[in-house]
Design a protein around this ligand. Sequence first.
Ligand SMILES: Nc1ncnc2c1ncn2[C@@H]1O[C@H](COP(=O)(O)OP(=O)(O)OP(=O)(O)O)[C@@H](O)[C@H]1O
Length: 251
Amino acid sequence: MIQLDGVTKRYGDAYAVQDISLTAASEATTLLIGPSGSGKSTLLRLVMGLTSPDAGTVTVAGDRLTPATARALRRRMGYVIQEGGLFPHLTGRANAALMARHLDWSRERIDARIEELTRLVQLDPDRLAQYPTELSGGQRQRVSLMRALMLDPDVLLLDEPLGALDPMIRADLQDDLRDIFRRLGKTVVFVTHDIGEAAFFGDQIVLLREGQIEQRGAMATLLDDPASPFVTDFIQAQRAPLEHLRTEGRE
Ligand SMILES: Nc1ncnc2c1ncn2[C@@H]1O[C@H](COP(=O)(O)OP(=O)(O)OP(=O)(O)O)[C@@H](O)[C@H]1O
């Protein structure tokens, strides 16, 4: 579980995140959505301890995040970003095993974990000998997910992990990811711009606006009982595929 209490982060005079209190439950997926600049990535970075709040507290799996605990707590969190963030000079395997090697895991233990994760993320094991530039976007994100899961973290944070993928690969990975989240039962926090993706994954949807929570709840609640016109506008701003064909009377 992740808990934020009254968390504020300012850059200069501007609030990136303002007085946010939020619980991301265990064994559930919390979706952060909102316009560009609304504070989604800042929230994830605050949870990772990559940036510290000006006010408020962050608690991860029961432990309060402070400069003193951040390093150890970060090992209990897996983090995946849009382009994967893999090191280009390391093979897929070396990228996935990086933290385990840093922690002096034995070769046997690393090999066993890599094999287990390769099966979980459904990656052809041969791909692991390749460098990130030799992999497709979807394969890269599967390796990124392996890296994030290597130490079997309590928490998985994903910042637009599928944003750079073409629609068919994206749909494939969405199916696989949802299955993986359900199987692992971890606390998952997932940032996306895409309403459809949020609805597909989200047990809880948190819609941010200018660093504050505009509305949270199930997607059906945001649709049927919007807290403000902004909620409706945000949801409706995303066109359904082929919508224009209908409005042009071609269906
Ligand atoms: N390191 C930084 N220095 C200064 N301002 C920052 C920094 N990081 C974020 N901000 C500002 O904080 C606000 C929130 O940014 P953040 O990246 O969290 O938004 P976001 O919702 O993730 O946006 P996007 O969807 O475009 O990724 C923005 O106004 C941004 O310009």
